[in-house]
Write a protein that binds this ligand. Structure first.
Ligand code: SAM
Length: 225
């Protein structure tokens, strides 16, 4: 069996009881970075387990070897460095292959940064568009320009290196909608957690002033009608 386990995005208290119980009984844990997964087990006082690193560049042979072990009856967990595996993280290929091979799969839900940001944003979230990370080059301008017409809330991830530039680009692309709401979440669930609610007209100033440290989620409200 393959247990896909969501893990905390910062606050260890967000681990679920099911995740803890499952970590105890699996034969091995498939993870992005064995150091990160090892540290998580250590901090949660869980027993050491075999850790198998798997990421976007893992060879097909490695993937096949894991599927074979699962088919032989081993119980493995799949985690990413933080949050829900497969959400802007590796995991999709393994889950897809495991499903095709007939492996029993369960998902143990838990934190994800975009859901945490949406729920804290105060923006309408019955309908939303999750974009992962914005493209760096090809399609970037078109995608940002398309936000002007978006009728649902938009949510995406951004790195500390690009956050200011991205917010400035959004302010420029949406300058005809100065009252449109935008929420920038930083370091969710962590000590220096911060959620900044602003508008497009104030965004360039906000982008310049805000603390540029840690991890970010950006939420843009639907277009002004
Ligand atoms: N699988 C993860 C999830 O379910 O949220 C996302 C992994 S993605 C590689 C990492 C990005 O998620 C970061 O660059 C950041 O944009 C966002 N992120 C993760 N943890 C965060 C946090 N505590 N606060 C704000 N953003 C976070």
């Amino acid at each position: 069996m393959l247990s896909i386990i969501a893990t905390p995005i910062g606050n260890l208290g967000d681990i679920t009881l099911r995740a803890l119980e499952t970590f105890k009984i699996v034969n091995a844990i498939i993870c992005e970075d064995t150091r990160v997964a090892g540290a998580l087990l250590h901090h949660l006082n869980l027993p050491k387990k075999e850790l198998i690193s798997m990421h976007g560049y893992s060879s097909p042979e490695k993937l096949d070897a894991v599927i074979e072990r699962l088919l032989q009856g081993e119980h493995m967990a799949l985690v990413s460095d933080a949050g829900t595996p497969g959400i802007s993280d590796p995991g999709f290929l393994l889950v897809s292959k495991a499903r095709a091979a007939g492996v029993k799969i369960e998902a143990i839900p838990g934190p994800s940064a975009f859901l945490t940001a949406l729920s804290a944003s105060g923006l309408p979230i019955n309908h939303f568009l999750y974009l992962g990370f914005l493209p760096l080059k090809k399609g970037r301008k078109t995608m940002i320009a398309s936000f002007a017409e978006a009728e649902e809330t938009i949510v995406f991830y951004e790195s500390v290196h690009r956050i200011e530039r991205t917010l400035i680009e959004i302010a420029e692309a949406l300058k005809d909608q100065p009252e449109r709401n935008i929420v920038v979440c930083r370091e969710l669930t962590k000590l220096h957690e911060e959620t900044i609610s602003t508008t497009i007209s104030e965004l360039p100033e906000t982008a310049k002033k805000m603390v540029k440290k840690g991890e970010f989620v950006v939420v843009i409200g639907p277009m002004d009608r």
